[in-house]
Design a protein around this ligand. Sequence first.
Ligand code: MN
Length: 296
Amino acid sequence: MKIARFGNGQVGVVVGDDLVDVTDAAGVDPAEWPPVGPNRLIADFDQRREAIEAAVATGARIPLAEARLLTPVPWPNKVIAYPVNYHDHGREMQAGYRADVQGFFLKPPSSLSGPEDAVELPALPNREVHHESELAIVIGKGGRDIARENWAEHVFGYACLLDMVVRGREERVFRKAYDTFCPVGPWITTADEVDDPTQLEMRLWVGDELRQHANTRDLVLDIPGMVAMASTVMTLHPGDIIATGTPAGVGPVVDGDVIRIAIDQLGEMSVPVRQGTRGNTEVFANAYTPDIIKQR
Ligand code: MN
């Protein structure tokens, strides 16, 4: 099932080029604050699945092109992100470590934005903001100390994710925390509809230029390992998001760019980039240009 959030917080299931509104069957109140309906839906999905499928069969269809899609889980307990999790990206960044021996960092849930929301570039003269193309894992059943071999029981689904970042040597979280620095979408594809998450082609373009192209088989710390490692430290909750890391080809975006990310079986999203006027801080007073070694 492809589960989207749209409009004012309604929930829809994607059927071909249409969206069917299943908000009531999903048990989601779009006006609820904080907007944790999607978390509850994920937690209770097995019990609600039949009602949702019935709603899909009879519900009114809206052309997808007419719906404004929103970030699928706007209020997760946490967004976990694995740095340097493809060897070619490690080489281009000249990083002496990989995610399997480095662990994860967190992105604030407030950085999440939707597939149709613009990335707002902070006003930082002399700094580059880079795209990172990533597979997102959405946690279903929560838990602590999840064994590698049990990873699949805890994964609800997958989506495309952009881990936007101000390049520099300051705190990684600080550089990745701006509002709109974590677009997720276009929807969640439930795990049962993904043949093999370890064999997904992922591509990212800026305009017409293909900048990143990789396959999830090249992840250093694999999906079972990421679930196990995160849950060794923290209790995972339904709706938690894991950003799995980016391959080589990261680079700057500027005002007017459109970032397109596509992952096999999960869909694609085209995210516009706008230069904002906010966000300058003394932390980024010094100029920094990343020394990226292009990978073949
Ligand atoms: Mn990343």
